[in-house]
Design a protein around this ligand. Structure first.
Ligand code: DGT
Ligand code: CA
Ligand code: CA
Ligand code: ZN
Length: 572
């Protein structure tokens, strides 16, 4: 079992423990364990296999967790997990992922109303039966109903980043068969959508049957859903479905174009073909019965006078207008990014020191970073008060003074926007920072006017540089808070502020549509990782995909510039 799955298992155990009202310290031990394993940076199995090393040498891994990791790696059962699973129905667990429910409320719903499925929960809320429970009200019922649709969707769509792990594994496995001549992942995965329903892989092979046999030998294969002459579908243990299609060489480009989608994009392509007297399908482009193209995607689009659209913009939004005008944007790439302006250190809830974060960022090719630990309102994360923030910035000055490599660390902070409005730290403190990202972490259920006012207030503050994760949404888990984005755009524009595209695959906030809208209004986007560890810097690619889906170019992204240029944009 790999680190990600071990971490998921620990999170799952923590969920179950919470549901059964276990000791909170025990719950936290599993949560921390999950995080540690997820960020390990090398397979836990490798450490276990090395007789000179011990898992218990790692911070946060005690004897108990180490034993469970060993069991999971060996494929053994974990008795605690079996015990807990027997006590809590899986469907009841799904309830606690609904925003506003949580483990305690889920347990109450289960024990007192006998609600064990999302369907039953919806019915109970609609019938007004839930508001009678202690700790629940009519408002809770509404929140639950709103969250239910998200929870239901989360059951069927995985995050792109999760799909990526499986996609890379499947591609590597298929490449292991020597008779593969072409291999490409298509579908929503290739388009970089934030969530992916299933994986669609295309291949050209010397021997279709042999390739399918090989596909059937994938590690962690759960079921073969179906197998025909050209298509085979399987489900993995992780629940992911994969459709493999093996096509003739002369159809590969046409198939790749077709199965990359999106469906709406393809509908538009087909109607353009029709106007040209051509027919297009997954086998090729045809004039009557005559095959005219299909070997590559480029050929396919070229027969229609269209450019090779980057997959990320194939959503039937603006790509055809851009093509008609000959103005396809040159989309931003990861290498264009030179600074990362949102990350945490172990002063708050991060795991590494300032210098470790800087060294890791430098290794990734960045020229500058901002350290933005939490402010004191986020007490759970040991947020910084004025004195600690000032001390940290003094330390940063010293580190910068010692450095001889031109790498710059900005004195930053992720300052909370208080529930009642206003910033969590006084202006004279914020004035000492180079860079301030302002965040709404609390009071996310406030009415639209109130949340909007809070954010507008932050944008008016002369020391604030950007709004972090501006809508607060968590993909598949939590809807955006109510906010008037148009008003936020207008204020950001007026005060020369940036809006963040938070690259964490769970956030991706602003999303592609909102980023495109911000671009239209001339507001620079800053793509940040919000890393809590050195590995966390790697999520930049998720942000880049989302930015590309928004049609952003290097010019639209603030941190594709050096810090001097960024300051100019901020009017400093
Ligand atoms: P997903 O899996 O729900 O995240 O989204 P996709 O886009 O990967 O959709 P999927 O797996 O159902 O099909 C892959 C691509 O195949 C899709 O993006 C476009 C193409 N496709 C599938 N069915 C149709 C169809 O009925 N008409 C057209 N024009 N294209 C289709
Ligand atoms: Ca798909
Ligand atoms: Ca599919
Ligand atoms: Zn943060």
């Amino acid at each position: 079992m790999d680190n990600a799955r071990i971490a998921d298992t620990f999170d799952h155990i923590a969920d179950l423990l919470e549901f059964t009202a276990a000791n909170p310290f025990r719950v936290r031990a599993y949560r921390n364990g999950a995080r540690t394993v997820r960020d390990l940076g090398e397979p836990a199995a490798d450490i276990l296999a090395d007789e000179n090393r011990k898992l218990t040498d790692i911070d946060g891994i005690g004897k108990d967790l180490a034993g469970k990791i060993a069991a999971l790696v060996a494929g053994d059962r974990v008795p605690l997990l079996d015990e807990l699973t027997a006590k809590v129905p899986e469907s009841a667990l799904a309830m606690m992922r609904i925003p506003g429910v949580g483990p305690k409320k889920a347990a109450a719903l289960f024990k007192e109303l006998g609600i064990a499925t999302l369907d039953e929960l919806r019915a109970a809320c609609e019938a007004g039966r839930v508001r009678g429970l202690k700790g629940f009200g009519a408002k809770t019922e509404q929140t639950i109903l709103a969250g239910l649709s998200l929870a239901e969707q989360a059951d069927v769509r995985m995050l792109w980043a999760e799909a990526d792990v499986e996609a890379q594994r499947v591609l590597a496995h298929l490449r292991g068969y020597p008779g593969v001549r072409e291999l490409e992942m298509a579908g929503s995965y290739r388009r970089g959508r934030e969530t992916v329903g299933d994986l669609d892989v295309l291949a050209v092979a010397d021997d279709v049957d042999a390739l399918m046999d090989h596909f059937g030998k994938l590690d962690d294969l759960d079921t073969v859903i179906g197998r025909g002459d050209t298509k085979m579908s399987v489900r993995l243990g992780s629940g992911v479905q994969i459709d493999l299609r093996v096509v003739p060489e002369e159809s590969f480009g046409a198939a790749l174009q077709y199965f990359t989608g999106s469906k709406d994009h393809n509908v538009a392509v087909r109607s353009l073909a029709k106007k040209e007297g051509l027919k297009i399908n997954e086998y090729g482009v045809y004039r009557g019965d005559e095959y005219v193209a299909g070997r590559t995607e480029k050929d396919v689009y070229a027969t229609l006078g269209l450019p090779l659209f980057p997959p990320e913009i194939r959503e039937a939004r603006r790509e055809f207008d851009w093509a008609a005008a000959g103005e396809l944007p040159k989309l931003i790439e990861a290498d264009d990014i030179v600074g990362d302006l949102h990350m945490h250190t172990h002063a708050t809830d991060g795991r590494a020191s300032i210098e470790e974060m800087a060294a890791a960022a430098k290794k990734r090719g960045l020229r500058f970073i901002a350290i933005t630990d939490h402010s004191k309102r986020v007490s759970m994360a040991n947020g910084l008060d004025a004195a600690r923030a000032l001390a940290q910035w003094k330390e940063i000055d010293e580190i910068n003074a010692r450095a001889d490599d031109g790498f710059l660390i900005l004195k930053g902070i992720e300052c909370d926007i208080l529930e009642k409005g206003g910033m969590d730290l006084p202006d004279d403190v914020l004035a000492e920072a180079d860079w301030v990202v302002a965040s709404v972490h609390y009071g996310q259920n406030q009415p639209r006017e109130q949340i909007t006012e809070r954010i507008l207030g932050a944008l008016e503050n002369p020391h604030v540089s950007a709004i972090a994760h501006p809508t607060g949404r968590i993909v598949n888990r939590r809807k955006p808070y109510e906010v008037d984005l148009e008003a936020v755009f207008a204020a950001a524009k007026k005060h020369h502020k940036f809006l963040e595209l938070n690259a964490n695959p769970h956030r991706l906030d602003l999303d592609d549509v909102a980023c495109a809208a911000a671009k239209d209004r001339g507001i620079p986007i800053v793509i940040n990782t919000d890393a809590h560890s050195t590995e966390g810097l790697g999520v930049l690619r998720n942000g880049i995909l989302q930015a590309r889906r928004a049609g952003l170019t290097k010019q639209d992204v603030a941190n594709a510039r050096g810090w001097t240029q960024m300051k100019k944009l901020l009017g400093k």
